[in-house]
Design a binder for this molecule. Structure first.
Ligand code: PLP
Length: 378
């Protein structure tokens, strides 16, 4: 499946979401419609849940389980909805939140938390740089109710140290909500060892499904903090959890997207989590080595326990290109039938980003590297 060749005429999607999906995933969305209250739909939800349980709890190289007490559930809505649902359900007005921010999605968690309490402390680093653990230790104390962080910061290509931050959250008995949107399904993620209470991910990223639904794993520990009262009606996780136990959702499910997710997570199980993680690591290394070999510099600056991402590579645009017209570079990539991303927020015109999430072949990765090189010398 992932060893297919590629030609320059084929469209190649290398954005960090949505990612390419397999023919089987695509085909599942064209099946006849059924009621979201039918046994047929419940079977789909159950298949997706089984696959998600495996992805959330066995994202290890050797396939060992990292949690046996929790529930996987699916929400209509992309990862931002999952992030909001997680935050809104575990805190109440007046609660204390510490949000780690070294990129756009860490900032998003902080902005979400701002809507639900007025006591949000941001522990910040320049986007693309590591957040010193000493600063996290200083900010989190026994009054902290919630710590949020992003594992793989898609906006910069940094892999943040969830294990170390989880230890700090645990020492102070704070709930720990982690965005694993561009890591879960493509890299190691350990629920219990890292003291994660709620993990959020998105269908359209490392799970290799189309955009539109997100998934989360809610541990038994987190369930104790969820009563649904403080949450938006549509995102009441108490309700979602009760329904998920019956392979159901409180409201009308996006049936074709649930089907596609079920197929995508089964494909992950078929590939084997360890093999899949190794493939993502090899492919990210190939991107990094290819780009640096052509004289480019990676954008992120990983230090200490922070590492470079194994799913998203961010590369600084060379000064002359930044000062000339970065849009010409992106247009030259597009002309070659390859889709990549630019920088987000203030990083627009400063960097480009490519993803190796989902089911990409080595040939496609190499084509991505070659295309960037050609577009830069156009
Ligand atoms: N978290 C991370 C790490 C992401 O990469 C993204 C999207 O790129 C999101 C959250 C939010 O996803 P969406 O904007 O699709 O809701």
């Amino acid at each position: 499946m992932v060893d297919s060749d590629t030609t320059d005429e084929e469209f190649l999607l290398l954005n960090p979401g949505p990612v390419p999906v397999t023919e089987d995933v695509l085909a599942s969305m064209t099946e006849p419609m059924v009621s979201h209250r039918s046994a047929d739909f419940e079977a789909t939800y159950e298949r997706a849940q089984e696959g998600l349980d495996a992805v959330f709890t066995r994202s290890t190289l050797d396939g060992t389980s990292t949690s046996d007490a929790g529930t996987s559930l699916i929400l209509n809505g992309t990862a931002t909805m999952g992030m909001e649902a997680a935050v809104a359900n575990v805190i109440d007005e007046g609660d204390t939140v510490v949000a780690l921010v070294n990129g756009k999605f860490g900032r998003r968690f902080a902005r979400i938390a701002d809507r639900y309490t007025d006591d949000v402390t941001r522990v910040e680093a320049t986007w693309g740089e590591s957040i010193p653990l000493s600063a996290v230790r200083e900010a989190v104390d026994d009054d902290t109710d919630l710590v949020t962080m992003v594992h793989n910061e898609t906006s910069t290509g940094l892999l943040n140290p969830v294990a170390e931050v989880g230890e700090i959250a645990k020492d102070h008995d704070a709930c720990f909500v982690v965005d694993g949107v561009t890591s879960i399904g493509g890299d190691v993620f350990r629920i219990d060892d890292w003291n994660v209470d709620v993990a959020v991910t998105d269908a359209q990223k490392a799970l290799g499904a189309p955009p539109g639904v997100s998934a989360m794993y809610v541990t038994e520990r987190a369930k104790a903090a969820i009563d649904g009262e403080s949450a938006p009606f549509y995102e009441d996780l108490d309700w979602h959890l009760r329904k998920a136990d019956q392979h159901q959702t409180p409201f009308t499910s996006a049936v074709p997207l649930f089907r596609a997710l079920a197929v995508a997570v089964e494909e992950i199980t078929d590939e084997g989590m360890g093999d899949r993680i190794e493939r993502h690591r090899r492919q990210a290394a190939a991107f990094r080595e290819g780009f640096t070999a052509m004289g480019l510099e990676l954008f992120a600056d990983a230090e200490g326990p922070t590492e470079l991402s194994n799913t998203v590579t961010a590369v600084a645009l060379p000064t002359e290109l930044r000062e000339a017209d970065p849009d010409e570079f992106f247009a030259a990539v597009k002309e070659r039938n390859v889709s990549i991303s630019g920088g987000q927020a203030h990083l627009g015109g400063q960097i480009f980003r490519v993803s190796n999430m989902g089911s990409l072949s080595s040939a496609q990765i190499l084509r991505g590297v070659r295309t960037v090189g050609e577009a830069m010398t156009d």
